[in-house]
Design a protein around this ligand. Sequence first.
Ligand SMILES: Cc1cc2nc3c(=O)[nH]c(=O)nc-3n(C[C@H](O)[C@H](O)[C@H](O)COP(=O)(O)OP(=O)(O)OC[C@H]3O[C@@H](n4cnc5c(N)ncnc54)[C@H](O)[C@@H]3O)c2cc1C
Length: 504
Amino acid sequence: MLIKSEQDEIQSFLGDASNTAGGRAERVLFPESAGEVARALAEAAGAGTPVTVAGAGTGIVGGRVPYGGAVLSTARLNRVGEFVRETWGGGRAAAGAGVVLSDFQREAKARGLLYPPDPTEGSCYLGGTVATNASGARTFKYGPTRAYVRALQVALTTGDLLEIRRGELFAGADGSVRLPLGGGRSIEARLPTYTMPATRKHAAGYFTRPGMDLIDLFIGSEGTLGVVTEVELSLLAQPEGVLAGVVFFGDEEPLLAFVREARERSLQTRAESGDGIDARALEYFDGEALNFLRERYPLVPLGAAGAVFFEQETDARTEEALMGAWLGLVEKHDALADESWFGTNEHDRAEMRAFRHALPVMVNEWLARRGQRKVSTDMAVPDAAFPEMLRFYKETLRAGRLAYVIFGHIGDNHVHVNILPRDDAEQAAARATYGRFVERAVSLGGTISAEHGVGKIKREYLRALYGDAALREMAGLKRAFDPACVLGRGNVFPEEFLPAPGGN
Ligand SMILES: Cc1cc2nc3c(=O)[nH]c(=O)nc-3n(C[C@H](O)[C@H](O)[C@H](O)COP(=O)(O)OP(=O)(O)OC[C@H]3O[C@@H](n4cnc5c(N)ncnc54)[C@H](O)[C@@H]3O)c2cc1C
């Protein structure tokens, strides 16, 4: 196994896309097989050496940032297995944790298959997406990564290799957990007793539900329970065509009504397996975001107070009727129909995708000119609470005279508020404002993280969501899987809930 310990060689493993400072490690391990991972973990546990699991480092909550000990990179676990087509049209494939998501999606597409999870940053590894239960714009139709995980191979710090397949091992109705390890041994634990928020997306803390499938414990556990070494994923059939549009609105109220109806009709179409409106993405841009974009896209109408980007899959039989149905919805809700954009060919869709992706780039350029970092939210709330949450975001930001843009997954009531500080005083004000947003989201039954996870930088917000007793329960569950408490330290819950590494 390759091991690097020269500091200049391991620099890129001391951080992630959150730019969280202070990462340090003695060495980086590059195992090439699950067996090597298990042996390295057992050795680290025996020596009381903390281990931080590293995927591609695109995470934005500091989960991959090590504070001492070793980093275990999954980069060399990058074998892609056979793609198997199943009789229902979709398929499955197994792959190592270090396979790059966009490579896997490309391989699937070449075989007429679709792997739907689409966190915007395609350079992440499959193992990282499982560890964070990643999701994206298409999650509105297809759900998060969790929905596609059929089986996992997980290496534990006890040196065991767990093979766990969906549908085979369940928690008891009383929350008891028993996972056989072989040789008559097993992991015995209890599920945390908190109830997860009833939001469409949620990626904060361990998944817990009496009677749950135990594979779900590992999905979204952010490198704290075990190292995912291999995944088996479900694939869907590639759609024949996709209809896309960017619909501009002069006012916010009709925009919200448009989204509400598009969502309701999509859910109904799915429930009935019908041919009607069924968006796979419903994405929001507020007026401030459009002001940014207008600099590069002069066709953004001057009077627009907001926009919705939508996508719907089509085939030759449904395309025309669906275009008519969407145009009807646009007109019904007083959109700026003549100035909105629609497209069915790959060129138009690529332009709309570029439009959507231009915003974060432009925001980052704006911040770089001022030497500041954005403060970006990841909360989601239940359907009925969204208009109130959006109003609260805007009123608070305007009252505080803070610059901002709001965009994201409005179909799932999950928009990213990007607060844009112009100087250090505003940076401090932005952070205080973030705290107020968390409080309001929690009071409305929302989650503090719908897709990015908790990592090291959102632990206090997880405490605000669930309270100390729940964090203790999570720590108890972790100790059942990682008795020496060496794995992913500092992720999800504060260090104070764990004994010193190896101190068991
Ligand atoms: C520009 C940009 C846009 C993004 N957009 C989205 C988005 O729309 N939706 C979204 O969900 N995310 C988004 N992200 C975040 C990020 O891409 C995802 O969290 C991704 O899933 C992380 O994968 P990674 O391989 O980079 O993991 P890393 O950053 O390396 O690690 C993330 C966490 O998972 C753990 N981990 C990694 N691999 C394993 C493993 N094999 N076993 C156990 N634990 C492991 C790490 O210890 C860490 O805690 C975005 C990031 C960027 C930079």
